[in-house]
Design a protein around this ligand. Structure first.
Ligand SMILES: Cc1cc2nc3c(=O)[nH]c(=O)nc-3n(C[C@H](O)[C@H](O)[C@H](O)COP(=O)(O)OP(=O)(O)OC[C@H]3O[C@@H](n4cnc5c(N)ncnc54)[C@H](O)[C@@H]3O)c2cc1C
Length: 471
């Protein structure tokens, strides 16, 4: 339980409207979009500026209370879960776009700015923010930076790390520091790079300079359906091997197609298809034109049953609606969904996907697949019922096997959702003891008390509670 004196100090700083402490209100913050793990915080606070964040971190240190930053809580790895209770710093009200610098092609954002809102504002000037997670209407820039988020168009433009020029951070020791800046150059240690993907364990982000890209001259969106999954995956491998880099290359399997078509996101996908591909090209008109011809040849050769091309922005938006709304539509299949995130080499997509279906079948679990095929980022979705312990056991066991299958094929344990709580004990699958020891040392250097988002990212054997005792 928090010291009443600490709560009073925080209420004085933020006002009563900036603090939640009633158990019913705290329940909302007991998990993120990975609902397997739950733990309610003791307090939720809504800072509105960096000074308040700094003072909150200093108070947490003074009273020895753990704390974790939270954006919109759409994370899928338990990153924003207050594992040891304590304080959740909710960034929703710290959410202004401070500047869109059109000539310099960058934006200055507070942490709680929503991803889609940044692009909407930037589009008024013919610019956009490239990372576009499917959750972009609700997730925050800080959550994207902390998890190094990806999205359909990150195939061509790279995950969030490629679009962060500089950061303002409150360190776990209560200092307000800046790494990098609007020009994107970092002299000395590249601490911006270190912070991106650190999942809220190295401090609290209070501001970011973000790269904006010009809207492309031409965009072409192709849609292809297949009678066999193998033909779709083979097309993906051949498109990548051809040297063409689409802006996006997404795949959905039959259950995904059918579920979307039965929902408000229906996009006219053929429900009898075993798989569909959504391929987007952008760039100069001549370039997208010639690339589309090559891609058509590849998918025709791989027995595409139907090929469509969006004639205008309205048709393009319709084709994308099903893909972007897929996870929402999956809510129709089961009470709970477990969304896995692994990466496999694109040359081994066919074989790993077959293995993933085999695992689901062996555990007698339904499986839906919708994923960023172009960069080998698989998202098997396992529907389940959290009130059925046997269902939960099978989902967890199957899911771990899927992660191992990706690693065995030369892939990795996560592509964009973060390690968080969910995969921290899978870290030894891809890192040696020595690698993990170096990471633990870095974390300890930033956070000697181990109070900043404890219990995440590093395996239990390298946890901060351990080093808290040693400190
Ligand atoms: C339907 C659905 C679709 C999704 N699609 C994608 C996708 O295509 N690509 C993708 O990458 N992800 C996707 N996600 C996952 C999720 O949306 C992303 O991980 C997103 O970046 C999380 O943002 P958030 O604001 O919700 O962060 P939260 O979930 O609130 O937090 C995520 C992590 O960021 C940390 N954090 C938050 N704010 C700060 C801060 N100010 N300082 C330091 N650390 C902070 C938290 O501590 C936590 O570790 C999807 C999720 C859902 C539910």
């Amino acid at each position: 339980m928090l010291a009443p004196e600490l709560v009073l100090k925080i209420e004085k700083m933020l006002g009563k409207e900036g603090v939640l402490s009633h158990p019913a209100e705290l329940m909302v913050y007991e998990c993120d979009a990975l609902t397997f793990h739950r733990r309610a915080p003791e307090l939720v606070v809504f800072p509105k500026n960096a000074t308040q964040v700094r003072d909150l971190v200093r108070l947490a240190n003074e009273y020895g209370v753990p704390y974790v930053a939270r954006g919109s809580g759409t994370g899928l790895s338990g990153g924003a879960l207050p594992l040891e209770g304590g304080i959740v710093l909710e960034m929703a009200r710290f959410n202004r776009i401070q500047e869109i610098n059109v000539r310099g092609r960058y934006a200055v954002c507070e942490p709680g700015v929503l991803n889609l809102e940044l692009t909407r504002q930037a589009q008024r000037y013919g610019l956009h923010f490239a990372p576009d997670p499917s959750s972009q209407a609700s997730c925050t820039i800080a959550g994207n930076i902390a998890n190094n988020a990806g999205g359909p168009h990150c195939l061509k433009y790279g995950n969030t790390v490629n679009h962060v020029l500089g950061l303002e951070v409150v360190t776990p020791q209560g200092e307000l520091v800046r790494f990098g800046g609007p020009q994107g150059f970092s002299t000395g240690f590249n601490l911006t790079g270190l912070f991106v993907g650190s999942e809220g364990t190295l401090g609290i982000l209070t501001g970011a300079w973000l790269r904006l890209l010009p809207e492309p001259q031409s965009v072409r969106t192709l849609f292809a359906s297949f009678d066999h999954m193998k033909d779709a995956t083979q097309s993906v491998s051949e498109i990548i091997a051809s040297g063409i880099l689409p802006a996006a290359l997404e795949m959905m399997d039959q259950l995904a197609i059918q579920t979307v078509e039965n929902s408000i996101y229906a996009s006219g996908y053929p429900t009898a298809a075993a798989a569909v591909l959504l391929i987007e090209l952008d760039g100069l008109e001549a370039e997208t034109h010639s690339s589309a011809l090559v891609i058509r040849r590849i998918i025709e050769k791989n027995r595409a049953v139907e090929i469509r091309e969006a004639a205008d922005d309205v048709e393009r938006a319709r084709l994308w609606a099903g893909r972007k709304g897929a996870f929402g539509a999956f809510g129709r299949i089961a009470k709970n969904l477990y969304l896995q995130d692994t990466v496999v080499p694109r040359t081994r997509l066919t074989e790993v996907l077959e293995k993933v279906y085999e695992i689901a079948h062996r555990y007698n679990l339904p499986l839906v697949n919708v994923f960023h095929a172009g960069d080998g980022n698989l998202h098997p979705v396992l529907p389940y019922d959290e009130d059925d312990p046997e269902d939960v056991r099978r989902v967890l066991a199957a899911s771990e096997e899927m992660v191992k299958a990706a690693v065995d094929a030369g892939g990795t344990i996560c592509g964009e959702h973060g390690v968080g709580l969910e995969k921290k004990d899978f870290m030894p699958y891809i890192f040696t003891d020595c690698d993990l020891e170096v990471m633990t040392r870095i974390r300890r250097l930033f956070d000697p008390t181990g109070l900043c988002n404890p219990g995440k990212l590093l395996p239990s054997t390298h946890m901060c509670s351990e080093f808290r005792e040693k400190a």
